[in-house]
Design a protein around this ligand. Structure first.
Ligand code: NAD
Ligand code: DAU
Length: 352
């Protein structure tokens, strides 16, 4: 089985690549990534020399590049994670999200469709990794299920919703064997420090202000990233074609409560007096169109495929903070931008 994983140098993608490369030595894993600001090959240092792993630098928006990559490698399956993923960036530059998340996804679907058309027994799965943000925002109660109507509010979630629709359309129209999952907020090692949790870990470490949008009352449902990767593994291998699974931690927190917990935890870990870090909390202008609450019902995944989250939030957050405190070099390279040129000599577009 030769599997193309897109976006494997990003946060979640790197955990998925690591899991597949280590757990399935008989699979050939090809990681395709453009290495945008969010892609960092240092995330995969521990597996880069494994015989069943190959990295290819390239852009999913470039259709002719994608078509020749598929022709050369004749993949048996695709696990698609590459995306522009940060809501705030989508507010300032929506088109970048349309290119990568919508057009990039359709380019991959087209290339997969050609392989499937040539030999439907050889191309077996197109797995599209998506987000709970496509469902919009909840009020005080209720949970997103797989049948909740799509109602995206940000350019990011609108682009992900659009890509989900295309994947379903290719299943219905061309019978392309597709599966989709929609997951809640992830946290854990290798998370780019523009997102709430790693941003605040880094700022606490450096005694800088912690920017909380609005009143900090927005609710997110946090899941440890390795639990998401395990869910993707289970869904990839067991899900019926044409289906969707929601993935989430049943772990809702207001932003302000997450940051207070993080502050107290890091007071202890950094040997600071209790209450020191909470003084860094700074309420700032709210995000435009800020969704109030996300919460996932993952009953279908738990009942049908037997997955469940493995970590309590406090335990996962503590592990995450320890990882960031231990991996100073990774964090410094990412915040300084030094990582961007790290592997340039080793890899180039020519290895496609
Ligand atoms: P990320 O931003 O950390 O990583 C995205 C990766 O995609 C990067 O390595 C980047 O270089 C690559 N990439 C971007 N544009 C590309 C292009 N045009 N061609 C090739 N590669 C490109 O994102 P993440 O947080 O790891 O999210 C991965 C996927 O999971 C996304 O599809 C996202 O929508 C989805 N998701 C994320 C979360 C979350 O909490 N982070 C939750 C649910 C779903
Ligand atoms: O729900 C899944 C989604 O989770 C993924 O699809 C996205 O790719 C991922 O980025 C994440 O989106 P969010 O917008 O929820 O994550 P973010 O870390 O940006 O913000 C989490 C919450 O914290 C949100 O309510 C906005 C708030 N926030 C964020 C930042 C960066 C702040 O209050 N201050 C900040 O500085």
């Amino acid at each position: 089985m030769k599997i193309l994983i897109t976006g494997g140098a990003g946060f979640i993608g790197s955990h998925v690549v690591r899991l597949f490369v280590n757990k399935y030595p008989n699979y050939q894993i090809v990681n395709l990534d453009k290495l945008t600001y969010a892609g960092n090959l240092a995330n995969l240092k521990d597996i880069e020399d494994k015989p069943n792993y190959t990295f290819v630098k390239g852009d999913i928006v470039d259709a002719s590049f994608i078509n020749s990559l598929f022709k050369n490698h004749r993949f048996n399956a695709v696990l698609h994670l590459a995306a522009e993923s940060h809501v705030d960036r989508s507010i300032t530059n929506p088109l970048e999200f349309v290119y990568t998340n919508v057009i990039g996804t359709v380019n991959l679907l087209n290339a997969a469709k050609e392989l499937f058309k040539e030999d439907s027994s050889q191309f077996v799965k197109f797995y599209h990794v998506s987000t709970d943000e496509v469902y919009g925002s909840l009020g005080e109660t209720g949970l997103f299920t797989e049948t909740t109507a799509y109602d995206p509010h940000s350019p990011y979630s609108a682009s992900k919703a659009s890509s989900d629709h295309f994947v379903r359309a290719y299943y219905d129209t061309y019978k392309l064997p597709c599966v989709i999952s929609n997951c809640s907020n992830n946290y854990g090692p290798y998370h780019f420090p523009e997102k709430l949790i790693p941003l605040c870990i880094n700022n606490i470490k450096n005694s800088k202000p912690l920017p909380i949008y609005g009143k900090g009352e927005n609710v997110r449902d946090w899941l440890f990233v390795e639990d998401h990767a395990r869910a993707i593994d289970v869904i990839f291998h067991k899900a019926e074609l044409g289906t969707t699974y929601n993935i989430g931690g049943h772990n809702e927190w207001t932003n302000i409560d997450v940051i207070r917990l993080l502050c107290d935890m890091m007071d202890e870990k950094l040997g600071r007096e209790k209450g020191t870090n909470q003084k860094l909390i700074t309420f700032v202008t709210d995000r435009a169109g800020h969704d109030l609450r996300y919460a996932i019902d993952s009953t279908k995944l738990q009942n049908e495929l037997g997955w469940k989250p493995s970590l309590q939030f406090e335990e996962g957050l503590s592990k995450t903070v320890d990882w960031y405190l231990k991996n100073d070099e990774w964090l410094n390279n990412v915040t300084s931008g030094a990582y961007a040129h790290y592997y340039e000599k080793q890899y180039s577009d020519s290895n496609k």
